[in-house]
Design a protein around this ligand. Structure first.
Ligand SMILES: [Fe+2]
Ligand SMILES: [Fe+2]
Length: 306
């Protein structure tokens, strides 16, 4: 690895140094974090090296925390200005659909109307490798939540699970599209911006100190996914995929509109009513997610458009 993000990752740095060159927003660190996430979240068996692996985990958890704190620092000013009363917060949150970072990116009309089959394949390979698994993120986030929010996350998770029907499960549905298009999503061939998005989402969902951030980040995915999904479904139809083959995207173009309304009403609102400090944390989480997406779209355009 070229740089050593381990050196003083969790210590505060002068502002100029922090923004001059990030220790975390680069290939080497994001690949390392992606590999660690893959291993640590995989079901496994106890081995004789369990104590050494905990030592490694501790180093990586510190680095992951410092990465998240850098992402927070980028959005903290904007989030501090967001209303913390329930009505004001929900209005601001819903407004992210039009005004949020990365919204209205020119990439998506291009995917719908112009991109070739190979360009769409490259785009989806990046997206698939960066996919952290919405179902697991929801499951990790819901631990010990207050009842009303917990129930909403449970309903959302049940939809992710196809309501108990394997053919309706969202994860396998995406895997089916990956197979149809003969994609090979791997960490090595994925741009760091896409890995950073998945790593950031995983960091928020798996650390309880970022639980409210995760609620905001997952909620803003539900809010903004329908527009991007509809464009992607249109592009897939244009290059000849059947309704069944493009179902992952045509489904999310519609279902996530309802998911978003339910999430805002049943999870976000009551949580903010209970403690207005959570509004600022959710605002940070939502903005972190959107800024990560914005970086992805810019990188995809730079690669696809030259
Ligand atoms: Fe889904
Ligand atoms: Fe959804």
């Amino acid at each position: 690895m070229a740089s050593n993000p381990r050196a003083d990752a969790s210590r505060p740095q002068p502002v100029a140094a922090r923004f001059a060159r990030s220790q975390f927003l680069n290939d080497a660190f994001q690949r390392r974090l992606a590999h660690w996430n893959r291993v640590r979240l995989s079901p496994s068996l106890p081995g004789p090296d369990w104590a050494e692996r905990l030592d490694d985990d501790h180093v990586m958890l510190r680095l992951e925390g410092a990465f998240l704190e850098e992402l927070r620092a980028h959005v903290a000013c904007a989030a501090a200005a967001v209303p913390t009363d329930p009505d004001g917060f929900i209005a601001w949150f819903e407004g992210l659909l039009d005004r949020g970072p990365g919204q209205g990116d020119a990439l998506f009309p291009w995917i719908a109307n112009e991109a070739t089959r190979d360009q769409i394949r490259w785009f989806l390979e990046q997206e698939a490798a960066g996919e952290a698994g919405f179902d697991d993120l929801v499951a990790m986030t819901q631990v010990k939540l207050p009842t009303q929010a917990k129930l909403e996350l449970a309903r959302n998770y049940w939809d992710e699970m196809g309501r108990g029907n394997v053919k309706g499960m969202h994860g396998p549905m995406l895997n089916g599209l990956v197979a149809t298009l003969d994609l090979e999503p791997t960490i090595e061939t994925t741009v760091w911006e896409s890995l950073a998005l998945a790593n950031g989402m995983t960091a928020m969902a798996s650390s309880r100190r970022y639980a409210w951030h995760s609620i905001g980040a997952l909620g803003v995915i539900e809010l903004t996914a329908p527009g991007r999904s509809a464009c992607t479904a249109d592009g897939l139809r244009r290059i000849g995929l059947s309704e069944r083959e493009r179902r992952y995207f045509s489904l999310h173009a519609v279902l996530d509109v309802k998911h978003s309304e339910d999430w805002n009403r049943e999870a976000i609102r009551p949580l903010v009513e209970e403690d207005p400090r959570r509004a600022t944390a959710m605002a940070e989480g939502a903005l972190i997610r959107l800024r990560c997406g914005e970086r992805c779209f810019a990188r995809y355009r730079a690669t696809l458009w030259g």
